[in-house]
Design a protein around this ligand. Sequence first.
Ligand code: FE2
Length: 418
Amino acid sequence: MTLPLTAIVNARLAGRPGLYRVAMADGRFTAIDAQADSQSASADELDAGGNLLLSPFVEPHIHLDAALTAGEPRWNQSGTLFEGIECWGERKAMLSRDDVVTRAEQTLKLFAAHGIQYVRTHVDVTDPQLTALRAMVEVRERVREFVDLQIVAFPQEGILSFPGGKELMTEAVAIGADVIGGIPHFEFTRDYGVESVKWLMDLAERNDCLVDVHCDEIDDPQSRFLEVLAAEALSRDYGSRVTASHTCAMHSYDEAYCSRLFRLLGKSGLNFVALPTENLHLQGRFDGYPKRRGVTRVPELLDAGLKVCFGQDSIRDPWYPMGNGNLLRTLDVGLHACHMLGMERIDTALEIVTDNGAAALNLKGYEIAVGNPARCMVLNGATPYEVLLNQSPVLASIRDGRCLVQREAPVHEVAGWS
Ligand code: FE2
């Protein structure tokens, strides 16, 4: 572990002109002062070099229990969500505590190297032994120095449609899950789906847990569990603690239904997670041409005042064989898929993988502000536009005043070409 820093100098802060010196002591920010000029950094200071300093990246949605298992025991050749669930069913039978811990920690290390310090992982609890869930509770403690990890009790094969589903969810909370999950569109019937949402909201309220539901991850325009989740959240005054993940079917809803739905969503205050790389790959698989993108209505949700963040969903697992841990890649794909390359969208794009993720995870003390934990990252670029153009890994990641990551910006020189 490196020695603690006393300050970061020559930093640019989002939405503020000029350069700043951000001081820290005992793991917390102690002062944020405008600089008249560029300063040289002393041995215990970090020079941000005029680049953007932001709070750390937040990964709001990843399946760490399945990470790094692509091709085991077989590849998902069709690329569909449903073949992915079949492949995972075969791999799940081989899980052990050591297997889960090793892959989860490898993946979290990759995330930390890319400036991610907060992660929400869904863990499949449709396993009578709850092997992955028990291992992940251990991982949460083992990585605490580097990453804050939230664990979702995720019923991959359903709550009502899997034998003992309710009991396994309840046991997962007792073992230490932080967040209640669900998958209503995968339950056997519409009635089961509705009942599962009401049941999981009851479980969350009883245990004072957050909620994050895989909701309508399907191209079926009749998959309308989001309205059920939003109405339940609204009636219980629970909206800011509830996240709707995927909501792909909204891509296929007609405009009349959507106009009614958005009224409810606005009142509910739900958080949304879109998974653009994953859903571009998984959705549209039953379409001829033209093929739907299957990514939820991100700009429309943002314009309605709702918080939308992007997550990776998978790192080389049965559903998605790619992924490198860099959320800027996910952001770039999402901005393209959602027609969000207007300059106003670009200027605020980094909020999607920072502030909005923090809102979904209900993080406290996340902002770069005096008194908060000294956690931040230096990006390669002075503006969000430059950061998106450069697409480079973070130049630095600081956690509680200590530097976890520091690297040089890539250079783009060609020998002999002046
Ligand atoms: Fe997911």
